[in-house]
Design a protein around this ligand. Structure first.
Ligand SMILES: *[C@@H]1O[C@H](CO)[C@@H](O)[C@H](O)[C@H]1NC(C)=O
Ligand SMILES: *[C@@H]1O[C@H](CO)[C@@H](O)[C@H](O)[C@H]1NC(C)=O
Ligand SMILES: *[C@@H]1O[C@H](CO)[C@@H](O)[C@H](O)[C@H]1NC(C)=O
Length: 391
């Protein structure tokens, strides 16, 4: 192996940018060790291909990172960009995770001095981020050990991710697999995700997202939200998650919103999900809070139209948890073919009954266990969605 730095990389990009459908080759025998790079393309020709068969590794040590950056490798304002191949993007996150977890007495860090560990900036980068781009494809590659989120799409239109592997340890903090925000027409399939936070996280402004044939675990499952933090308005619609295996995740399929928000989550379908040893397979939480308590507020991001079908397997804490807001009950929750069986593990006090609060909808078939706490029909008063909820 011989290594190349950021300058060679940037020179290759400058050349590729000038030619439509050009290819940047990173052959298998090469390792590039680079600091933060932005491949910015408002003036680039369309349809550039990154053929990544080698390895791109992040620089370690605090010096390369200044006071901290939100991303390591960034592609912005491109029309038609593909990253493909059998190569690896290695975020070398270990020293960042150690920084944020002072109780970690893992003694496998002797290649870094204590001083270097202390100096890692508090803002941790996403490994690979696409911003403001259209027709983005990421296929074949592996993205491993990101300091924080592995792959992020923000304000993109037309995203295709398949045959991808994402991997970081279960105990690596905030290492989401794929994070989507303000992005439309997204397809993610035939992908393996194992990480320390959400396998896939879908944030405000996303619609027409189709996720299928994905393995998730360990990790926190596939989540929509947290939405509506700091009283913001959030809109998420037309999301399908189907043919997914979850293994030893914290939650399975989850919608989480903060109190005080507005907007609407609608048109959500979770279908053919196999759960193995998942703590809580099904969850809607309109009281999401990352501290012990958050201020009670009456407004909420509304949740309406969530289909759960053929969700089967084992849970270790609670089968289903629907905690909806008094002012904005969850509506049109439908359940079909739910079969979730408790699996006793030493760590958890198992609670075999589902929980519901202000959750309304229909049971199309009997469920295992019975989810009799779901209130059939529409919320009393049939609150009409107001302007506040319109998206
Ligand atoms: C998936 O990616 C690997 C390289 O990581 C490649 O060898 C394989 O052919 C790809 N499979 C499909 C179905 O595209
Ligand atoms: C969601 O899907 C419905 C039905 O296919 C469609 O009418 C609606 O425009 C879609 N919403 C968005 C925001 O794409
Ligand atoms: C918020 O509301 C819940 C449920 O009504 C109540 O148990 C809790 O004490 C309230 N918390 C605060 C901080 O007011």
């Amino acid at each position: 192996n011989y290594t190349m730095g950021s300058q060679a990389f940037e020179a290759a990009w400058t050349a590729a940018c000038k030619v439509e459908a050009s290819t940047v080759l990173l052959p298998p025998e090469l390792e590039f060790v680079v600091g933060p790079i932005s491949f910015s393309g408002p003036n680039c020709k369309p349809n550039i291909i990154f053929q990544l068969d080698g390895t791109i590794s992040a620089k370690t040590g605090a010096r390369a990172w200044g006071s901290g950056l939100l991303q390591w490798l960034e592609f912005t304002k491109l029309n038609g960009i593909s990253i493909q191949g059998s190569g690896v993007i290695n975020g070398q996150g270990k020293e960042w995770w150690t920084y944020s977890d002072s109780n970690d007495d893992d003694d496998d860090t002797d290649s870094y001095t204590d001083q270097e560990l202390e100096k890692m900036p508090q803002i941790k980068p996403t490994a690979l981020r696409f911003y403001g781009s259209s027709n983005v494809r990421v296929t074949g590659i592996s993205i491993i050990n990101s300091p924080q989120c592995h792959l992020k799409f923000d304000s993109c239109q037309g995203v295709m991710v398949h045959n991808l592997t994402i991997s970081s340890p279960e105990n690596s903090p905030n290492t989401d697999g794929i994070h989507l925000q303000n992005s439309k027409d997204v397809s993610i399939h035939h992908t393996d995700l194992a990480c320390g936070d959400d396998c896939i996280s879908i944030q405000t402004g996303c619609s027409d997202v189709n996720i299928h044939n994905v393995n998730c675990g360990p990790g926190h499952g596939i989540s929509i939200g947290g939405l509506g933090r700091y009283n913001t308005k959030a809109c998420v619609s037309n999301i399908t998650v189907r043919d997914v295996n979850m293994f030893k995740t914290m939650t399975g399929v989850r919608i989480k919103t903060w109190q005080g928000g507005s907007g609407l989550v609608q048109g959500i379908r979770f279908s053919n999900i196999h759960m193995s040893e998942v703590q809580t397979p099904i969850m809607i939480d309109q009281f999401y809070c990352d501290k012990t308590s958050c201020t009670n507020q009456s407004s909420a991001v509304a949740v309406s139209g969530v289909q759960y079908e053929n969700i089967r397997g084992t849970f270790t804490f609670k089968p289903a948890h629907f905690a909806c807001s008094d002012s904005s009950p969850c509506s049109e929750i439908t359940l079909t073919g739910i079969q979730l069986r408790p699996l006793t593990v030493p760590q958890y006090h198992i609670c075999s009954s589902p929980f519901c609060w202000q959750a309304f909808g229909e049971l199309y078939t009997p469920t295992i266990p019975p989810i009799s706490c779901l209130q059939l029909g529409k919320p009393a008063g049939n609150r009409v969605l107001s302007d506040h909820d319109q998206c």
